[in-house]
Ligand binder design. Sequence first.
Ligand SMILES: Cc1cc2nc3c(=O)[nH]c(=O)nc-3n(C[C@H](O)[C@H](O)[C@H](O)COP(=O)(O)OP(=O)(O)OC[C@H]3O[C@@H](n4cnc5c(N)ncnc54)[C@H](O)[C@@H]3O)c2cc1C
Length: 485
Amino acid sequence: MSKTYLESANTLPIYDECDLLVVGGGAAGHSAAVAAARAGVEKVILMERYGYFGGDVTGDYVLMVPALSWKNYSMVRGLQEEWFTRLDKNAPGSYISPSLEDIGKTAPILVDRWSLVHGCTTMGPGEKSLVRAPYYEPNQLKLEMDAMVQELPNIKCLLHCWGTKPIMDGNAVKGVIFESKEGRKAIMAKIVIDATGDGDIYAQAGAPFYSKSGIPGRDDQSALVWRMGGVDYELFARWRQKNPDEAKSFAAELEKITGFKTMFFPTDRNDVVWFNNWLSGMNCINLEHLRQTEFSVRNSIRATIKFCREAMPQAMRNAYLYDIAPQFGARCSRRLEGEYVMSRLDFAVNREFEDVIAWHSTVMSGVPIEIPYRCIVPKNVENLLAPGRHVSADPHAIAALQLVPQCVGTGQAAGVASAIALKEGTTVRNVNIKRVQKILCQEQDVPLPRQDNTDPKLVADLVACNYGRDTEMSRRIRKEAGLDW
Ligand SMILES: Cc1cc2nc3c(=O)[nH]c(=O)nc-3n(C[C@H](O)[C@H](O)[C@H](O)COP(=O)(O)OP(=O)(O)OC[C@H]3O[C@@H](n4cnc5c(N)ncnc54)[C@H](O)[C@@H]3O)c2cc1C
């Protein structure tokens, strides 16, 4: 495309002014806005291009949140666990998971029941125990996310507004231009959080970022999730347990039919499954790849259902198309090259960070790992933070950092950091991180290491297992990196 068109300069109306503008209302952006408002920011604007909040977790039907516990500790709390305590109260039965009381239990009857649900029991060698990993109804979460922001009078929600361009004063962000049915307008803000997942704002603000790596894995995959009804998931899962070889052939046949990696997983209902898929070589900000993903998945749905009905007559003979996620499944596109770039070595050596803002059990390392504040702070640009699936990470580490709990965790921390910076008259780059950690830990229910209220039993258990540094994965990564300890 060598032809160009020179857009003329334009005077734009200023739609509003605020203390904090969050662009993108997915898991990260919604959490940032709620955390900031609760931490006392006077005026937060939360801008979302679609008509609801949640991004991947509601619009793309991701509907599974992994690894919220480690052993019998509820590790990932804060806003992430609050989604489920609120659903317990307001929409009972809208998710399934081992309960908080049952995490870490090894009773065979419990392990047998939960081993049918991917991620709800420990993986790897050793005795199996229960892990908190909720599978929820995405539309119920959508309603809950609405309620969470509407409860806070200091959050103003802007739906159907697409943030298109940062407003810069030198290297400082001063606001964002957006497009909507009302036309092109501007919002001025003291701090902006880019939670678009694709670095839409930081890329144009001049922050360095990485483009697609091309390395096979989550960094390179797109999706369009859909659900199939009329099935008996438990019957299927029991059959799979007893017939692992036939189950492998079934899965291979599915992939032959679709032409890409795909598999179904349970949902909160036994008669509905969700089809996740992994189309490789895709960039979630490339128009051609977006089109290809949408068409390839939809083109495969009828044949997939027919195959399931015929191959699994007992569990699936009445299978039908339940629904298709309204939103494209974006995994990764741009990755920030922030003040710290997390790598898989950080997982393998379980590095301690002075500026830790989240302490999460991950499916990658199996033990809680620390995420530093610096991986949401862009280089070269002021007044801007970037939590969520576009954080600063290498193409391997991003596979763990773009999971829902990590997006909620970095989002919540970004919101609290903005609140402290505004309150103390400093910048988000120079914010008093000790104060941020204290508010997260003591007022927002986020467990962090080396704090006054850090659970000493948890620390003793981590020391006893050498912080997970002796796992096969850790050893392999350290060997690849030339570290021989
Ligand atoms: C198919 C699939 C399966 C997955 N499975 C799992 C899983 O099982 N478990 C797990 O933990 N994670 C899973 N993930 C990853 C996880 O769901 C996402 O990485 C995470 O939810 C991203 O949250 P986010 O807020 O950073 O980004 P997003 O959810 O992408 O949110 C970004 C929000 O910003 C809005 N937005 C974007 N650009 C603009 C703009 N310019 N202006 C205004 N608004 C904008 C979007 O509409 C969206 O609401 C999966 C992802 C996919 C795609």
